[in-house]
Ligand binder design. Structure first.
Ligand code: FES
Length: 227
């Protein structure tokens, strides 16, 4: 009778079939306290991947590490600047907006008693060629009892008192007043009834201030430059 030789079989655990298999050997620290490299292997569905960790492979030179940190910081700062600059640049006024920051107006065709409206920086600007009567009325009202006391002479250019230049925006809530209307024949605001005189000063109604005088100058007797 022949006996069957028993082939030694490996004990298999329930987890042996499962992949991935991972085996990692960790090197011991040397007596000098310096850690050596850690080497491992990982098997995933028949693919073996060797891993080598350089962790603590060698003590880093402090100066080299500092240089790397500084270099990374410099590159990061440059990257941030490159990212932010287009945003900042886009906030600058466009060329066409800058071109409108001042405007020149030919006033030679504006007859006495006539008002024209031009657009400047998106706002209406009134240019009024005042008659002698309108100038007289404006000067007679130069009193401290005005809501926003201001002399007529402070609102016009010396030698050009027949020309009144005003921002055409009511100082109450921003409506555009109508010229040659109201009790004072200056401007009347239809929104809430504010009334301005022939110097553009507030005389009645809820508006708190006179119509603003923009920055302007006479380029010649026929041309004014607003802005
Ligand atoms: S906005 Fe002109 S009176 Fe109110």
């Amino acid at each position: 009778m022949t006996q069957k030789k028993k082939t030694p079989q490996r004990k298999s655990s329930g987890t042996e079939k499962s992949t991935p298999k991972a085996a990692v050997s960790v090197a011991k620290k040397t007596a000098s306290g310096t850690a050596s490299a850690t080497v491992g292997s990982l098997t995933v569905e028949g693919v073996s991947v060797a891993m080598a960790s350089t962790q603590d492979a060698a003590p880093q030179c402090p100066t080299r590490r500092d240089f790397m940190v500084l270099a990374a910081g410099a590159v990061g700062a440059a990257g941030a600047a490159c990212t932010v600059w287009p945003l900042v640049d886009s906030m600058n006024p466009a060329a066409d907006v800058l071109a409108l920051s001042s405007t020149e107006v030919d006033i030679s065709a504006i007859a006495p008693g006539q008002i024209i409206t031009v657009l400047w920086r998106g706002k209406p600007v009134f240019i009024r060629h005042r008659t002698p009567e309108e100038i007289k009325e404006a000067k007679e009202a130069d009193t401290a009892e005005l809501r926003d006391p201001q002399k007529d002479a402070e609102r016009v250019k010396p030698g050009h008192e027949e020309w009144l230049v005003l921002v055409g925006v009511c100082t109450h809530l921003g409506c555009v007043p109508i010229g040659n209307k109201g009790e004072y024949e200056g401007w009347f605001c239809p929104c809430h009834g504010s009334q301005y005189d022939t110097s553009g000063r507030i005389r009645k109604g809820p508006a708190p201030l006179n119509l603003a005088v923009p920055e302007y100058s006479f380029v010649s007797d026929k041309i004014i430059k607003i802005g």
